[in-house]
Each structure stands twice: as structure tokens, then as C-alpha cells.
Design a protein around this ligand. Structure first.
Ligand code: PMP
Length: 383
């Protein structure tokens, strides 16, 4: 049996470099803020008072009920809390459970690049074959033709919307193209929608699971870490029609089996009672995005459009910087005190676009301003 190569992720690598040099870390995606106080209080109370022992394998009753209510209200999705929801240790474990449950050895899995870095390794660990579909800057648009070109041998498609690292939200044409290809090739859709709440306040997220034509074939994945700015808590979930959810649950029970009951309880409280906080959070994230985009544009960077997530990207070539994304990221963290992430790390294999860098803008204003100043100095030195 051939070993599957395990390498340090670009996020670990850049965060370690940022920590070693005291750089401002706009690399790894985590915000400066940390969730509604009432959610943290609920967690603290539950840590003291209990429950302390293994919760139900599919998640606490309160969290599954809260998730069913939240998605019915916010996205008109109807999940039965008893049969359709599996709470996991972060979205990463939901992805692992779904991929290990649904991908059989030899199955083709369409991975849309730039892709979240766990997808490829998990597909290979399940014995599947990655069928990459590369999107290109600056628009990163997905077309029916591109989907058709890779769908012939596919069983599963992984879709991330809104997307990390591009910050894009799929439009209606792209969703229709995904639906058509999923139906034509009888695909299961794993819809990684962890960024669903981190988007402009007025622009609602439309889940692939909301399309009635895709009934019974979508596993929708979410993360409390993104919704409530609590990335370290690692509470996530997978939701699907009962037969699919049962397969995901069967895998989950031999991965982590369950996750901290105190944190599940606190997230249930948040989903039930902190809907207004979400609007405030969105406006704050938007302000950070605008601040970093404006500052970098004024400093001469070509900033690519970004609507959602905590990220925005810059195009180095269009900014007059003759370095690859990896060279640029090494240079700015070592010499100018700012960490970013090269977007080529979100592609596998040769020939990926190597001129785009991702920055996390979900930081306090003084941090964003200091990063802009340093990146302005960097561009003057490099362009
Ligand atoms: N999917 C995507 C697209 C992500 O950006 C992330 C986190 N950055 C995850 C999944 C993992 O989420 P979690 O931290 O809840 O495991």
C-alpha cells in the first residue's frame, strides 16, 4: 500500500512564521472578536453545572432542535432534528464523516479549486479519485461546460459556497449548472456552507439544499465557529435527508462519536437567542473588508472582488509585483511583518494560478491599519 503524504498545512506554516517574527497574522482565518457574550456565558455555566458525560452520538437534543429551528427560519430548510442532523467536532469532522461515508474506493469526486485544503486528502483517504475543476481569477466563475468536462466519472461533488479563499457567493446560473450536472450524473452533493452567515446583510445565502430538484442528494455542512466567531470551539454539523444522514452518522460514531456537551448547549442557546447579533457581526465584518480593500487599493494593490467570508484576495501581477504568491508571502512575513496565504496552496498539482494572495480582514481597526501601512511599504519596495 502506498503511503499518503502528510505535510504541514500552509496555515500552520504561516502562523508559525508570523508568531516567530511577531508579524501581524492576516494568514490563518480567525477574527479578533469572539462571539456573543451570552454564548460564552452559557458555555461557562454548562462547564460548571454539567452535563459532563457523553452526549447523544448525533448531538444534544437541544442543539439539534436549535439547528432545525434556525435553518427553517433563516433558509426555509426543513430538517428533522431526530433523523436528519449529525453534530460533529467542527465542519472538518462533518466533511470527514460525509466523505468517508459516501465515497467508495475508486469513486470520482469533483473538487472545485481553489479548494479548502482538507478536501483532497480526505477524498484520497476514502480511496476516491480527485477530479479537479479549476476556477481562475479574477472572476472565479463556475460554468456548466467546465462541470460537464469533469463529471463523466464522478459520484460526488464538493461545493463550497460562500467560498474560501475567494470570498465569492454562487449566483443563480452557477447554482443551476450545479443542479443540472448533479441530476444528469446522479451525483451526491456535499455542500460546505460554513460561511453562510458571513456575507452582506442584504444578500441572503441560498443553499443548494433549498433546491427541491436536489432533494435527497445534498449533505449540507455548517460550523458554529464561523457563525459565532468561535473557531476554536470546533462545533459543526452535517444535515441531509434521513438515509444520507444515517450514513454520515454511522461514520461519525467511529471518528469522534460526540463533542463537548457544554459547547453544544451554548451554541444551541446562540442559535435560539442571538439572531440580532448576527446582523451586527455582518456589518462589522463588512466594515473590515471595506477598510482593508480601500487601504490596499490606495497602496497600489489590485484587490479582487470579495462578498463573503473573512477574506479578500489581491492579484500580485496586476499590482505590478513580479513575485509568485509564495515568494511574496515569505517576503512580507519575513521582512515586512505581515502574514498572508498564497492562493496556489488551494490548488493541487502543477500550473495553478500563482499570482493571488489571501488576507483575513476580520481584525480590529488598528490591526488592519497597521497591516495596510506595512503592505504599502512592501509594495513600494517590490513593484
Ligand atoms: N470548510 C471551509 C470552506 C472552511 O473555510 C473551514 C474553516 N476555515 C472549514 C470547512 C472548517 O471549519 P471548522 O473549523 O468548523 O472545522
Amino acid at each position: 500500500m502506498t503511503a499518503i503524504a502528510v505535510t504541514t498545512t500552509i496555515f500552520e506554516y504561516m502562523s508559525a512564521k508570523a508568531a516567530a517574527s511577531g508579524a501581524i497574522n492576516l494568514g490563518q482565518g480567525f477574527p479578533d472578536s469572539c462571539g456573543p457574550p451570552s454564548v460564552r456565558q452559557a458555555a461557562a455555566k454548562a462547564v460548571l453545572d454539567g452535563p459532563h458525560h457523553y452526549p447523544r452520538m448525533r448531538g444534544t437534543d437541544s442543539l439539534r432542535a436549535a439547528l432545525a429551528g434556525f435553518y427553517a427560519d433563516t433558509q426555509r430548510l426543513h430538517y428533522d432534528s431526530a433523523t436528519d442532523i449529525v453534530v460533529t467536532s467542527g465542519a472538518t469532522e462533518a466533511l470527514a464523516s460525509a466523505i468517508l461515508a459516501l465515497v467508495e474506493p475508486g469513486d470520482g469526486v469533483i473538487v472545485i479549486e481553489p479548494a479548502y485544503d482538507a478536501y483532497g486528502p480526505l477524498v484520497r483517504r476514502a480511496g476516491g479519485k480527485v477530479l479537479p475543476l479549476r476556477l481562475h481569477p479574477p472572476h472565479w466563475r463556475l460554468t456548466g461546460d467546465a462541470l460537464e468536462a469533469v463529471a463523466g466519472n464522478a459520484r460526488v461533488i464538493l461545493v463550497n459556497d460562500p467560498a474560501n479563499p475567494t470570498g465569492r457567493m454562487l449566483d443563480a446560473d452557477e447554482r443551476a449548472a450545479l443542479r443540472d450536472v448533479a441530476l444528469a450524473h446522479d451525483l451526491i452533493v456535499i455542500a460546505d456552507e460554513v460561511w453562510e452567515e458571513v456575507r452582506p446583510d442584504q444578500r441572503l445565502h441560498v443553499s443548494l439544499a433549498a433546491d427541491p430538484a436536489l432533494d435527497g442528494r445534498v449533505v449540507k455542512i455548517g460550523s458554529a465557529g464561523k457563525i459565532f466567531e468561535l473557531t476554536g470551539w470546533k462545533i459543526g454539523w452535517a444535515m441531509a435527508a434521513a438515509p444520507l444522514a444515517a450514513r454520515v452518522a454511522a461514520t461519525h460514531q467511529y471518528l469522534t462519536f460526540t463533542s463537548s456537551p457544554a459547547l453544544q448547549q451554548a451554541i444551541a442557546h446562540g442559535l435560539d437567542t442571538e439572531r440580532l447579533w448576527l446582523g451586527t457581526m455582518r456589518k462589522q465584518v463588512e466594515a473590515g473588508r471595506t477598510r482593508l480593500a480601500q487601504g490596499l487599493s490606495e497602496a497600489g494593490y489590485a484587490v479582487l472582488p470579495s462578498a463573503a467570508t473573512w477574506f479578500l484576495c489581491v492579484d500580485l501581477a496586476a499590482s505590478g509585483i513580479p513575485l509568485s504568491d509564495r515568494q511574496f508571502c515569505d517576503t512580507i512575513v519575513e521582512r515586512f511583518g505581515v502574514a498572508g496565504i498564497p492562493v496556489s496552496a488551494f490548488y493541487e498539482g502543477e500550473g495553478a494560478p500563482a499570482n493571488v494572495v489571501r488576507f483575513c480582514h476580520a481584525k480590529a481597526e488598528p490591526t488592519v491599519d497597521a497591516a495596510i501601512n506595512r503592505l504599502a511599504t512592501a509594495r513600494k519596495a517590490m513593484a
